[in-house]
Design a binder for this molecule. Structure first.
Ligand SMILES: *Cc1c(COP(=O)(O)O)cnc(C)c1O
Length: 426
């Protein structure tokens, strides 16, 4: 059974290329040695990693199962059909396309399926929590399509649904897009659907961040409301770095043609096999319990930081992430990120709604609980992490040798030794 050619052979890599083997070892050491609070990251299972490191990477399989442009696809067809069926079952979707290489590739395909260059899309603005692929000028989406952006309400700091409705009526977009990368609150999908119906728009949800919470039933699903839902598979979902799309039956042909051949070439069959493994994991009671804990932990961490004067925007979170305003403690996002990093805590600076700073400085940080929850941490540990972040951010320094950096790092070490990432076999 343990023929290394099914999966990875680290000893062989180490012998042939110690430089790259060294990177793999060092990166695992980095993950194990610190707290990973990047809201878009997670720690996928050894089973997922094994499928990724397999000979399926070699196979050309342009087309779809049973309709390939290459021979020898019988085995990979089994993998892709399993991924499709598991994905449809997990989300109760009519159709699934599991070939997108990433979240951005999935989004590109959705544009390709529903819009011609120059047509209008209504999406969340990037500085208010959207995403680069939602019509920003540096992305294909903003260069080739006419993007109109809604934001958050000044008081609630949550999506301004009245503004969505007003802009939809004014601009008559072909597509209305909900979702983003820094939205802590549950999105009102029914409200978006009603607005889309009012103006005859396609309703698209980019669920890249929160689809894992949907898979584990920790939050309501966009699938019954949306025409199409695109997502990544490596965030809360905890699968391989990749993407996928689910849609209503009526859009099946448009989506499939847009992924291949319009946007992509040969699918990554090793990644598709890893997605199938991940979708199977996501259907277990253990994964459902995990997603509940991710949300419970995010609420606890947001509250712990709030107690230290690092205010959560919107007052908290319903999901796996919270966004924090540092203006009350007089620290910028860029400094907070550097001070945390020096203390063994990985998080990112983030613009907050109506941020007075430039995006590369920012007044906020974004924190997420997918990784630490995978490591088995709970609310008690979130309280501790909140204290450690506050100490590093408010009193600390970007120098790892600074006394506060050392002190916080000692606290981090205690936590990661009690709750190790990728624990070594006993
Ligand atoms: C992460 C993310 C993406 C892009 O995913 P990649 O796999 O990095 O291309 C797209 N949309 C949203 C909302 C995201 O959060």
């Amino acid at each position: 059974m343990s023929d290394t050619f099914y999966g990875s052979d680290f000893a062989a890599l180490e012998a042939f290329d110690p430089d790259i083997a060294g990177v793999l070892t060092a990166e695992l050491g980095r993950i194990r040695g610190g707290l990973q609070l990047i809201a878009s990251e997670n720690l996928s299972s050894p089973e997922v990693l094994t499928a990724l490191g397999s000979t399926l990477s070699n196979k050309y399989a342009e087309g779809y199962p049973g309709r390939r442009y290459y021979g020898g696809c019988a085995e990979v067809d089994v993998a892709e059909n399993l991924a499709i069926e598991r994905c449809k079952a997990l989300f109760g979707a009519d159709h699934a396309n599991v070939q997108p290489h990433s979240g951005a590739s999935a989004n590109q395909a959705v544009y390709g399926a529903f819009l011609k260059p120059g047509e209008t899309i209504l999406a969340m603005s990037l500085p208010h929590g959207g995403h680069l692929t939602h019509g920003t000028k540096v992305s294909f989406s903003g260069k080739w399509f006419d993007a109109v952006h809604y934001g958050v309400d000044k008081d609630t700091e949550d999506v301004d649904y009245d503004e969505v409705e007003r802009l939809a009526k004014e601009h008559r977009p072909k597509v209305i897009l909900a979702g983003g990368s820094a939205i802590p609150r549950q999105i009102d999908f029914a409200r978006f659907r009603a607005i889309a119906d009012e103006v005859g728009a396609v309703f698209w949800v980019d669920a890249a961040h929160f689809i894992g919470l949907v898979a584990g039933k920790a939050i309501p699903s966009p699938v019954p409301h949306a025409d199409v839902v695109s997502f990544t598979t490596h965030k809360v979902l905890r699968g391989p770095r990749s993407g996928a799309i689910v849609c209503r039956e009526e859009h099946r042909a448009a989506i499939d043609k847009a992924v291949f051949p319009m946007m992509q070439g040969g699918p990554q069959m090793h990644t598709i096999a890893a997605k199938a493994v991940n979708f199977k994991e996501c259907a277990t009671p253990e994964y459902a319990a995990y997603t509940e804990q991710v949300v419970t932990n995010a609420r606890a961490l947001a509250a712990a930081l709030g107690e230290k004067g690092i205010r959560p925007t919107t007052g908290g979170t319903d999901t796996h992430l919270s966004l924090h305003d540092l203006q009350g403690v007089g620290v910028t996002g860029v400094d907070a990120e550097a001070r945390s990093d020096a203390a063994g805590i990985t998080l990112n600076k983030n613009a907050i709604p109506f941020d007075p700073q430039k995006p590369n400085i920012a007044s906020g940080i974004r924190v997420g609980t997918p990784c630490v929850t995978t490591q088995g941490m709970g609310e008690e540990q979130m309280q501790r992490i909140g204290e450690l972040i506050a100490r590093a951010v408010v009193d600390g320094d970007a120098d790892p040798e600074h006394a506060v950096s050392r002190e916080v790092r000692a606290g981090v070490t205690e936590l990661v030794e009690a709750f190790p990432a990728y624990p070594r076999p006993a």
